[in-house]
Design a protein around this ligand. Structure first.
Ligand code: ADP
Ligand code: MG
Length: 415
């Protein structure tokens, strides 16, 4: 049979030790502190964030760790265990949008972008800093390693320069964190030049341990939603497809553009404003726009229905069946109407369902990345093995797996 590989989450102590060592080996001094930020999976509400809709992420136990020290000048020095290019250097005065003369190349853009965006927002007191990064969040797998990197840096800067915006992971300053979310979004959109709707950064900074986060992407309003799988003998199995997703960026931009065009056609600001789905669809001539609008409007409805179900009682019996139906409906809509799945995602979902999963769907942007399935805890290994075998048979890259449970948001690591 195929090998089954699970990506374990480091404990915070382990993650902190790793970045401390990297920091000391790189800069010959101890860091002032260590901060962390989680990756995320979105339970439901996909491709709704940039349409002003709603989403329901949880923070992963898988985190990115940042060891940092302040400097007296305006230099940023940075090194990552995930990059073999050694120590990089960027000046705070030479950071700008990706299309400007001050373009920052490669992964340092995500880091420098956060400091730049905070200064652009009028936040005072930021200086240069030394930084070392290490992470157990799978890279480019739709689990938001990019947001984890930005958000770890954001809470680190908050502490180093006493910005007073973050609070702690256990007692977050949720208002202040909205400012950090906005800076991280700008870092990714403007400085790294990668499109993001904002869900990932909000999840990493604003989720709470033991709950899912209802997020209204337009207003930034959040609420906790119960999501205790362990209490019901269930687990959330994440399949990282490892599918090559070279199409992802272009297709993402195209989906956004189609949604904007449809909203303009319908005379609404964002598709979340569509109240009568069938009437809206009647008005559209373009078949592609019809499909995209149908997904967005239905997906928002499914997300609200899922929240209602999760709040109505423990995750078993009818409640579990309702959630399963909504997860399945979400995936099918992303496959048929939004057209952002790929054979690897569809295979993982089909196999999980055939093996008795209580709902399975792709999560994240699509065209590769990851899918999630609610499964009996004692069936995790069996279902992962079945997926790995189906991948081997189809000639896909070997998938990797991880288990997700709602974890702490970004904050300092107390050692
Ligand atoms: P995802 O967020 O789904 O993992 P993205 O393509 O949005 O995928 O972000 C991946 C990019 O983020 C990487 O190519 C790299 O530039 C940057 N990145 C994320 N984590 C790290 C890290 N630990 N070290 C260096 N760069 C990182
Ligand atoms: Mg990302």
């Amino acid at each position: 049979g195929a090998d089954v590989y699970f990506t374990e989450a480091w404990t915070q102590t382990e993650g902190a030790q790793r970045v401390r060592t990297l920091f000391e080996n790189s800069y010959g001094a101890q860091p002032a502190g260590v901060w962390q930020a989680p990756g995320r999976v979105n339970l439901i509400g996909e491709h709704t964030d940039y349409n002003g809709g709603v989403a329901l992420p949880i923070a992963l136990p898988h985190r990115t760790y940042a060891a940092m020290s302040p400097r007296e000048d305006r230099t940023i020095r940075l090194v990552s265990a995930q990059d073999d290019g050694g120590i990089r250097e960027v000046s705070l005065d030479e950071i700008g949008p990706a299309d400007s003369a001050h373009r920052v190349e490669g992964w340092p853009a995500y880091v420098a972008g956060v400091a730049w965006a905070l200064e652009q927002a009028g936040v005072e007191g930021i200086r240069g800093f030394d930084l070392a990064i290490d992470s157990c969040v799978p890279f480019g797998s739709g689990l938001s390693s990019s947001a984890a990197l930005e958000c770890a840096v954001a809470v680190g800067l908050d502490a180093l320069f006493e910005l007073g915006l973050a609070g702690s992971a256990e007692e977050p300053n949720d208002e202040g964190r909205k400012t950090l979310v906005a800076a991280c979004i700008r870092a990714e959109n403007d400085v790294a030049g990668a499109n993001t709707g904002g869900l990932d950064q909000a999840a990493s900074l604003r989720c709470r341990e033991g709950e899912a986060l209802f997020l209204d992407c337009r207003t930034g309003r959040t609420e906790g939603v119960p999501f205790d799988l362990a209490a019901e003998g269930l687990a959330l199995l994440v399949t990282d497809t490892r599918a090559p997703h070279s199409l992802a960026d272009g297709q993402y931009n195209e989906r956004r553009a189609t949604c904007e065009a449809a909203a303009a056609e319908l005379g609404v600001d964002v598709l979340a404003d569509v109240t009568d789905r069938d009437a809206a669809i009647e008005k559209l001539d373009d078949e592609t726009q019809v499909k995209r609008v149908r997904h967005v409007v239905d997906e928002i409805e499914r997300t609200y229905a899922c929240i209602d179900a999760l709040r109505s009682g423990p995750l078993r019996g009818d409640v579990l069946d309702q959630v399963a139906t909504l997860f399945d409906g979400s995936h099918d809509s992303l496959r048929d109407d939004y057209e952002v799945t790929c054979p690897e995602l569809d295979t993982a979902v089909d196999v999980a369902r055939a093996k008795g999963a209580h709902g399975a769907r792709m999560t994240g942007g699509g065209f590769g990345g990851s899918c999630i399935a609610i499964v009996a805890a004692d069936q995790v290994d069996e279902i992962a093995r079945a997926i790995a075998e189906a991948y081997a048979e189809a000639g896909f890259n070997a998938p990797q797996f991880l288990l997700a449970s709602p974890s702490l948001p970004a904050g300092a690591v107390s050692e």
